[in-house]
Structures are given as C-alpha cells and as structure tokens.
Design a protein around this ligand. Structure first.
Ligand SMILES: C[S@@+](CC[C@H](N)C(=O)[O-])C[C@H]1O[C@@H](n2cnc3c(N)ncnc32)[C@H](O)[C@@H]1O
Length: 254
C-alpha cells in the first residue's frame, strides 16, 4: 500500500504514522481528509530535497490559480496537472525516446509507407491504391506472356472454336463432329449447284417445250406452204387445167 502513495508537501490527504505493534514498528497510513475513491493518495514525504519538489512549486503555482480557481483545496487536481506538465518536458529532453515513443513509431511506418509510394509518386498516402496497382501490374505481365489472350480471353476462346469449326468442316464436311457447321455449309454448297442446275433445267425445260412446238409448227407450215403454194400457184393450175383439157381433147378426138 505504501508504494502507491505519492508525495504532497502542501496539502496531502493522508498521513503516515509509525505504530508499534508487539514491540515492532509499523508504518501505517491514515486519511486526514475525506477524498473520493480512485483519487490520488498523497502524504508528506517529509522535509527533503525531493527532485519532484523542485519542479512542483513552480508548476503548481501556474495551473492551480488559472485553470481551477475554485479547487484550491483539491490537491488531486494539482497532481493531475503536474504529470501532464512533466510529460511535456520529458519528450523535449528525449525527443525520440519514451515520451515520443508512440509518435515516433507512428511516423516510422508512415515513412516506410512513403518510400513505397515514392516508387509510385502519386500514391504517397494511398497505400491501398499502391497495392491495387501492384496486382494490376502483376496482371499485365501475365497477359504480356499471352498478349492476345490477355483481356480478350473470351474473344480468344470464341475465336478458337470458330477456327476449329472452320477446319473441321473443310476436313470432314460430311462428318458427324461438324454436324452443325458441315451441314450448314453442305446444304449451302448443295443449294448452290441445285439452283445452278435448276435454272438451266427449268429454263431449258420451258424453252425446249416452247421450241419444240415452234419447230413442229415451223415444219408443218414449211410443208404446207409448199403444198398450198403449188395449189395456189396459178401457173400450176393452168398447167393442170391445160392437161385435163388436153386429155379431154384426146378423148374426144379419137
Ligand atoms: C511509493 S512511489 C509512489 C507511486 C508512484 N508514483 C507510482 O506511480 O507507482 C514513490 C515514487 O513516486 C514518485 N513520486 C511520488 N510523489 C511524486 C510527486 N509529487 N511528483 C512526482 N513523482 C512523485 C517518485 O518517483 C517516487 O520515487
């Protein structure tokens, strides 16, 4: 318990007394005033050149009147402010040591983080951005090994089956594996020759039947005009008539 009591020369809340029990001395601590729980326990260490006392009077005089004028009797407030003031000179005496230990460690990782962004000058405070770019850079080399498969993996795979489909129909145009492509192309090829044959057939059929009667018609009239021409020929008729007349004459004559 005694190791928890601080020194307070002016207004301690406790007092240390020597009590002899069974002939043996004991240091016993007694409260000399009421104070709340968890308050600083203080007593007068006695007259001595305690190092903190050399600093305490000057420090206590400044904060007590200005900040807590109504707490004149509250020694607790003075001691609470005292350590705060003591913490400031400690960092100044040892700027990189205990007092600034927390700050120094916080700055250290920040300094470590800055060199990383310095490689990426615009990512100074954006450690997250730097890490995001790093995987992007890693992703780029991977595509660089396969430059055509990088971002167009889908396109490449789409092209691959297309390329496979093209040679397959060419190699096995009528096989089962290329049923889709082969049959699509095959009917196209069949359809092309069919129309190419049909136009000739259909047109020839029509033309042949048309020509045939024409030819027949031509032949018929070609024969008839000759007959009709003979009959219609007035000269021939005259010859015939003359011959009949001659025959009649001959019959009549003898
Ligand atoms: C018995 S211990 C008191 C408890 C100690 N302050 C602690 O936190 O454990 C005695 C030591 O406390 C410190 N101390 C006691 N009274 C003080 C005061 N008024 N101002 C600054 N340090 C004090 C000194 O370092 C002293 O050696």
């Amino acid at each position: 318990m005694g190791r928890l009591v601080n020194d307070k020369h002016n207004s301690p809340n406790c007092r240390m007394k020597k009590v002899i029990v069974d002939g043996e001395p004991h240091l016993c601590l007694f409260a000399i005033k009421d104070f709340e729980a968890e308050s600083e326990i203080t007593c007068d260490y006695g007259d001595s050149q305690w190092p903190w006392r050399a600093m305490t009077p000057n420090i206590e005089m400044q904060p007590e009147p200005s900040e807590q004028p109504e707490d004149s009797g509250n020694s607790t407030a003075s001691f609470q402010q005292t350590p705060n003031i003591e913490m400031q000179p400690e960092p100044s005496e040892q700027p990189e040591d205990s007092g600034n230990a927390t700050a120094s460690f916080q700055q250290t990782p920040n300094i470590e983080m800055q060199p990383e962004p310095s490689e990426q000058p615009e990512d100074s405070g954006n450690a997250t951005a730097s890490f995001q770019q790093t995987p992007n850079i890693e992703m780029q080399p991977e595509p660089s090994e396969q430059p055509e498969d990088s971002g167009n993996a889908t396109a490449s795979f789409q092209q691959t089956p297309n390329i496979e489909m093209q040679p397959e129909p060419s190699e096995q145009p009528e096989d089962s594996g290329n049923s889709t492509a082969s049959f699509q192309q095959t009917p196209n090829i069949e359809m092309q020759p069919e129309p190419s044959e049909q136009p000739e057939d259909s047109g020839n059929a029509t033309a042949s039947f048309q020509q045939t009667p024409n030819i027949e018609m031509q032949s018929e009239p070609s024969e008839q005009p000759q007959d009709y021409g003979k009959i219609s020929n007035s000269k021939n008729l005259k010859k015939i008539s003359n011959s009949t007349q001659v025959q009649e004459l001959r019959l009549v004559g003898p």
